[in-house]
Design a protein around this ligand. Structure first.
Ligand code: JFZ
Length: 482
């Protein structure tokens, strides 16, 4: 299913115009905060490193978009509605009263939290971020602030986030919540591009104080340890409204929040969406969020899934630039994750089981040249984004005071049995295939230093068709001259 140019334009114009209208944003100070309201306003770099450590090690997480929108699943009045599935109420301009009737069909009896967490865990994912409330305003949890929630408004009459939190706790999976703090099409929040139903009368401050603040308090108080709060589309947010929300983060010491709150707050992480920035972000933690097909929320007819090769190489590319990959699944209204997504996650997990050491706890490449020049490529919204032009290999690394380990993730295996690492000047203490090492067959590879860098003699056949990892162990400080 392709997002049409018209729907992309409508979404982007609506978002772009609404994201920056209304109240001015405040120039954030160097630390990215405005004043002591920000939970980490006085954090030292060492304290920040400690707080971010698990997230930087994780490198790979599962995004879950699940809500009432999974009931229409992309179709309204027998018409396929273009655009991302969770925006169907907006894109089809569905009146509130009519949209709310979908909740009576939302009965996810196939939902099994343990199963979802195991799918994520077996894929090699280390954290889950699930929509607790998306722009439709429907709380996927038991909320006292609005009856438009899964316990009060559906035949399911149960809180799935309780089950998910318990399953994450049991499986050692970190849990985060996405919360649409500004857009809320049913509880009087903002609407990208403005309201479409006369019933959508809203007072933004009333919405912030009577819906957003109490609900964020609920999701940060009632589900155990919450490690991430993922804000989204800061339409009509200003510093005053953001300051009403930020103190709530103190309910979860150490919680990580993203750059989408609004009010001039940079948060902890950049959030490039549906694309991988060509060079990552210097001195900022960042996370590319991406769909496997063309929609975040379930659409029954969107089978346009990216290949496992693309997904895996994206993960490696992102890690080689020092970022995290938040890869999305969109469960259907019965509580099942689409087969196309489950299958791909199993295949990614099989690679991660053998090669995860080349991703977890690694930092960005010391080279960079391997990504080639930045070329403009369209993201999932039709935006042109600078992305890498070369996909032959990527490097991830681990550095300690004693030395460095380089992981050469090779996509295109050399035909002549020689792989050259340009600009590397160090003597190589040890070189081997990660896969053979993982299988207990440690096979030392011959390396030769030369003017052009280090040449490694590799077997004729690549150990893996998508990405094969050669490990280089180096004593002392890395010496790269490019
Ligand atoms: C936002 C949401 O609107 C979307 O439904 C999904 O949850 C995604 C992860 O986040 O998507 C956006 C946000 C900003 C833009 C486009 C889509 N934008 O600025 O063009």
């Amino acid at each position: 299913m392709k997002i049409t140019a018209k729907s992309k334009l409508c979404l982007c114009l609506a978002l772009a115009s609404a994201l920056f209208t209304g109240h001015q944003t405040f120039a954030a100070d160097a630390a990215g905060t405005n004043d002591s309201v920000a939970p980490y306003a006085n954090e030292t770099p060492a304290q920040r490193d400690e707080r971010m450590a698990w997230w930087r090690d994780a490198r790979f997480g599962m995004f879950i978009h699940w809500g009432v929108y999974s009931v229409p699943a992309g179709t309204y009045h027998d018409k396929k509605i273009s655009g991302i599935g969770e925006w169907i109420m907006h894109n089809a301009k569905i009146p509130m009263a009519e949209y709310q009737t979908y909740a009576k069909e939302f009965n996810p009896t196939n939902f099994n939290a343990e199963e979802w967490v195991k799918i994520a865990k077996n894929a090699g994912m280390k954290y889950i971020v699930i929509t607790s409330k998306h722009h439709e305003g429907f709380a996927m949890f038991d909320s006292k602030a609005s009856d438009w929630n899964i316990v009060k408004a559906t035949p399911y009459a149960h809180d799935p986030l309780k089950d998910l939190a318990a399953a994450c706790q049991k499986e050692g999976m970190r849990l985060g919540f996405y919360y649409s703090q500004a857009q809320d099409w049913n509880n009087g929040g903002s609407e990208a591009g403005g309201p479409w139903d006369p019933a959508q009368k809203h007072d933004m401050d009333d919405y912030i104080h009577n819906i957003a603040v109490p609900q964020i308090r609920e999701i940060l108080s009632n589900y155990g340890k919450i490690s991430v709060l993922w804000f989204d589309t800061s339409i009509n947010m200003n510093k005053e409204r953001a300051d009403a929300i930020l103190p709530l983060l103190k309910l979860q010491p150490g919680i990580i929040y993203n750059n989408r709150l609004g009010g001039g707050y940079k948060g902890d992480t950049e959030t490039p969406e549906q694309h991988i920035p060509a060079n990552g972000f210097k001195d900022r933690d960042w996370e590319t969020c991406m769909t496997m097909n063309d929609t975040w929320g379930y659409k029954s007819y969107d089978k346009n899934f990216k290949s496992t090769e693309t997904l895996l190489r994206n993960l490696i590319d992102i890690a080689s630039k020092g970022g995290n990959y938040l890869l999305n699944v969109g469960p259907d209204s019965t509580g099942l994750i689409p087969d196309g997504e489950v299958e791909r996650l199993k295949e990614v997990g099989a690679w991660m089981k053998v090669n995860g050491e080349a991703i977890y706890g690694t930092t960005a490449t010391p080279f960079g040249a391997e990504t080639g020049s930045a070329v403009k490529q369209k993201d999932g919204y039709g935006h042109e984004q600078p992305t890498s032009s070369s996909w032959v290999w990527r490097c991830t690394k681990k550095v300690t005071p004693e030395g460095a380990t380089l992981y050469l993730n090779i996509f295109e295996w050399p035909k002549d049995g020689k792989f050259v690492v340009p600009g590397l000047k160090n003597k190589i203490d040890e070189a081997y295939l990660l896969k053979s090492n993982a299988l207990g067959m440690h096979k030392h590879l011959k390396t030769v230093n030369g003017d052009n860098g280090v040449t490694i003699s590799v077997p004729e056949t690549a150990p893996d068709k998508i990405a094969s990892v050669v490990v280089l162990k180096i004593k002392g400080a890395l010496d790269v001259q490019q």
